[in-house]
Design a protein around this ligand. Structure first.
Ligand SMILES: Nc1nc2c(c(=O)[nH]1)N[C@H]1C(S)=C(S)[C@@H](COP(=O)(O)O)O[C@H]1N2
Ligand SMILES: [Mo]
Length: 526
């Protein structure tokens, strides 16, 4: 039976019916959107999908922006848990749920709306839904200072036309599903619902399985490639000195890394300079290149965490670009802005270091999308958050600037703290009967002078072997060799920086200026 000749049954069952039909249309919408989201994670998807500004992306950005509003910020930080890296996925799921929930409710009112219009304009109602939702999604972006509907030209992340087009297209998809569902016979409805559900669950399962399986496979291959010869190479489980790109941690505020095609990318140097300059990727590549390894560590890396990597990066010295632009004497700060509307700042002094580069290669290959393609800034000695990816503008300033994470309570200076980590939960037994463990240590620009190990829960400390770093920007590997019976040992590690300061033993969370405390690990000797 179709909506137009529904007999006057109890209004309760009518509501229940339209609720279920709306739910079916919402499931269809959710399935299509999940496929779009899955495509955004893959490198093979077409550009228009990779960079598609979907309504939940915008809502997510809005929710993220709210996190920087003082009272919301205070509320969040009064909660017993910190805003860890997992939080963004939870937030995204909530926002996606809100988006779908809005549709679900709107869809439930569909038959009433149709009756209100005496059915002649039922189809026109789809359009109305589309417009309503588009407004619902885009309006909240306005207070971001990004222009009405988020359509200011400085809003890199959401270019106006695709934003509107995608929001409308998804609205119309839902309206079309409603149309289909409400006109469908009741008997067919149940089967269809089961079918769609099966499809939906199947798609989610398949995507989940493929990504987990792919990850496992990649991990096994890269571990197997680690050769075995000297002590550092013989310790099973020790990090390689250079982190392959696929194993390098990825952190960003986004759920989906922005996809920035090189052909319409430029790096602009502006503000307190004599000449505003713009560089294309080819312009950058034509300038003298420097190649050096360096460690990158996220300020939210917990003690013992793996948000640290040490890759070879190639690019142009930022100093060279600044010299071309001619920095005015008043300037003392750089503000960096990126294609995902991320921004951060660091002092001019840090920018003028030899090691500070605008990088376009990681381990000899063009940057991947996740690591900032086409180009990113690397600034040694300062936590990862100031190493802006997808960078599009560098403005010279003499004003203190609060970057994306500073507005959310994280440190402004963000100087890297001395850290050390045990990589090996199982010790490697060597031919002479001794066992060996190993790990990494890093102290930013201060360098690591010494690493000590305790195998008795901190009662006594012994020096570990320290492998010299590849250069002053890279991390150190360490190895520790001792005679041990099989069993479990509580092992602790601590590093001392080039200035003679040993890392702090006090256990502190990463917020606001980096975790402190010794890494402690139960190591199995077999
Ligand atoms: N544009 C942009 N740059 C960014 C971020 C971001 O969200 N957007 N995250 C920062 C943070 S918090 C870290 S730790 C590093 C991580 O770099 P990686 O993903 O290459 O390891 O990028 C930084 N640069
Ligand atoms: Mo970070």
């Amino acid at each position: 039976m179709s909506v137009t000749n529904t007999p006057k049954s109890s209004s309760q069952s009518q509501v229940r019916q339209s609720w279920r039909k709306s739910a079916l249309a919402t499931v269809i919408l959710a399935a299509v959107m999940l496929l779009l989201f899955a495509a955004k994670f893959s490198a093979a998807a077409p550009q228009f999908i990779l960079s598609a500004p979907l309504p939940p992306d915008m809502l997510f950005n809005f929710a993220g922006w709210l996190g920087g509003v003082p009272w919301v910020f205070n509320l969040i930080h009064s909660l017993p848990f910190g805003l860890d890296l997992f939080a963004k996925y939870v937030l995204f799921a909530v926002v996606f749920g809100v988006y779908l929930g809005f549709w679900l409710i709107l869809g439930t009112f569909y038959p009433r709306l149709a009756r209100l219009w005496n059915y002649w304009a039922t189809d026109a109602a789809y359009g109305l839904f589309g417009v309503l939702l588009t407004g619902f999604v885009l309006l909240p972006i306005q207070p971001l200072g990004l222009g009405i509907f988020g359509l200011s030209p400085n809003n890199f992340q959401y270019p106006p036309l695709p934003s509107i087009a995608w929001a409308l297209a998804l609205s119309l998809l839902f309206a079309a599903s409603l149309h289909l569902v409400f006109r469908t016979k009741q008997v067919v409805y149940n089967d269809k619902r089961r079918q769609s559900l099966r499809l939906f669950v199947g798609a989610v399962g398949l995507i989940g399985f493929a990504s987990v399986f792919g990850r496992l496979l990649l991990g096994t291959v890269s571990r197997a490639q680690t050769a075995v010869s000297n002590i550092y190479q013989r310790i099973r489980g020790l990090s390689p000195e250079l982190t392959p790109t696929a194993d390098h941690y990825v952190v960003s505020k986004n759920v989906f890394s922005p996809s920035v095609p090189a052909r319409n990318w430029q790096l602009r140097i502006s503000g307190l300079v004599n000449n505003n300059l713009s560089f294309t990727l080819d312009d950058l590549k034509a300038l003298p290149a420097v190649e050096r390894s360096s460690a990158l560590i996220c300020i939210s890396n917990p003690v013992g965490g793996d948000l640290i990597g040490n890759s070879v990066w190639t690019g142009v010295k930022l100093k060279d670009l600044l010299n071309l632009a001619g920095v005015r004497p008043e300037a003392n700060e750089l503000i960096l802005r990126a294609a995902d509307n991320y921004s951060d700042s660091f002092p001019l002094d840090a920018a003028l270091q030899e090691g500070t580069i605008v990088a376009y290669l990681q381990n000899g290959e063009p940057l991947t999308r996740d690591h900032g393609f086409p180009a990113r800034v690397l600034v040694p000695g300062i936590y990862g958050m100031k190493n802006v990816k997808w960078v599009r503008e560098i403005e010279l300033s003499n004003q203190d600037y609060k970057g994306y994470w500073q507005a959310r309570g994280w440190s402004d200076s963000a100087i890297i703290r001395t850290m050390s980590r045990i990589d090996t939960a199982t010790a490697t037994r060597l031919e002479d009967g001794s066992v060996a463990i190993g790990g990494i240590a890093y102290a930013g620009l201060r360098g690591v002078q010494r690493v000590e190990i305790s195998v008795d829960n901190g009662l006594s400390w012994q020096d570990a072997q320290l492998k010299p770093a590849r250069n002053e920007l890279s991390w150190n590997l360490w190895a520790f060799n001792w005679q041990a019976e099989p069993g479990n040992y509580n092992v602790l590690v601590r590093a001392t920086d080039g200035g003679g300061a040993t890392q702090s033993a006090e256990q502190r969370r990463p917020l606001p200026d980096g975790a402190t405390g010794y890494h402690k690990l139960k190591v199995r000797v077999i």
